[in-house]
Write a protein that binds this ligand. Structure first.
Ligand code: DHB
Ligand code: FE
Length: 313
């Protein structure tokens, strides 16, 4: 049986991808962001998923106003990086997992979630930036460490799906994965956010208090989050803060009880609050993350604007 062992939340700011591609990760501005993901990359190397399901949004790269699927599941064998105006990012082509993806499509559609099935699509910063943050920089001629089932969510054109719908889709994905016959270890990503607004009079808006409460509730009380209406995301977290609903698909795909093993929050990167969390499914009697004990880690760059929480190490 396949199983989802953990959920990862991560922002997808495109300038993070540009910093990686242009060799700027050691500059102080960017070091503050990247150093918050060092422990996460360690965690990912230890966890070694067989497949990642990555919930992300397309930014008018593969889709456009001509076609706006609310939920689009990538069932192809591969997903090349999109050209977002500067040529495709120099990252490897993302390998798909058509067998698991079509199993998920069948299971969730028969569970009354009408997904769009996508057999050809490119993937933009919404997917490749979180992959770099968690898997590290990988030469474009090498391979990402595991295949990916992409799930693209419309958060670009009104109306996006509700938080409740997203959470329930996560539940259906959990059921789908658990009915897949092969023994696969799966990690699910929720990406985008946190608070940000990139145009209009409120451009540059960041609401750290809202973001922190969102992360707290994501761990402990996600039912509080599923009730939040779109207008509250817009008001509190900025127009693009609505990307945060995608994290609720990830959370819905985990069990009721999770262990928060890592959190990182820093502002800003470009216009955006960078948030990151790792939630392991709670397994009674099992030690999470490879026999590690909880320990407070003092982060090198921990400062008023960069807050790092505990990680098991
Ligand atoms: C920015 C953030 C995004 O999520 C995005 O898709 C584009 C730009 C930004 O902060 O610049
Ligand atoms: Fe975005």
């Amino acid at each position: 049986m396949a199983r989802i062992v953990a959920g990862v939340g991560s922002s997808h700011v495109p300038a993070i991808g540009a910093a990686i591609d242009n060799g700027k990760t050691e500059e102080p501005y960017w070091k503050r962001v990247f150093s918050g993901f060092e422990k996460s990359q360690e965690w990912m190397r230890e966890t070694k998923p067989d497949v990642a399901i990555i919930v992300y949004n397309d930014h008018a790269s593969a889709f456009s106003v001509d076609l706006i699927p609310t939920f689009a599941l990538g069932c192809a064998a591969e997903f090349p990086p999109a050209d977002e105006g500067w040529g495709p990012r120099p990252v490897p082509v993302v390998q798909g997992h058509p067998a698991l993806a079509s199993h998920i499509a069948q299971s969730v559609i028969l569970d009354e979630f009408d997904l769009t099935i996508v057999n050809k699509m490119t993937v933009d910063h919404g997917m490749t930036v979180p992959m770099n943050l968690l898997f590290g920089k990988i030469d474009k001629n090498a391979h990402w460490p595991c295949p990916v089932v992409p799930l693209a969510v419309n958060v670009v054109m009104y109306p996006p799906p509700t938080g409740h719908r997203c959470f329930m889709l996560g539940r259906a994905i959990k059921k789908a994965v658990e009915s897949y016959p092969d023994d696969l270890k799966v990690v699910i990503f929720g990406t985008g956010g946190l608070s940000h607004q990139i145009s209009g009079p409120r451009a540059g808006l960041i609401n750290s208090k809202w973001d922190k409460a969102f992360l707290d509730n994501l761990s402990k009380d996600p039912q509080k989050l599923v009730k939040i209406p779109h207008v509250d995301y817009m008001r509190e977290a900025g127009a693009e803060g609505i990307e945060m609903v995608m994290w609720l698909i990830m959370r819905g795909a985990l069990g009721d009880k999770v262990d928060e093993v890592y959190r990182f929050y820093t502002v800003p990167a470009s216009n955006t609050a960078v948030g990151h969390i790792i939630l392991e499914n709670h397994r009674r009697g099992a030690k999470p993350a490879g026999k590690r004990k909880p320990a407070a880690v003092k982060h090198k760059h921990a400062a008023a604007r960069a807050k790092v929480h505990r990680i098991r190490s």
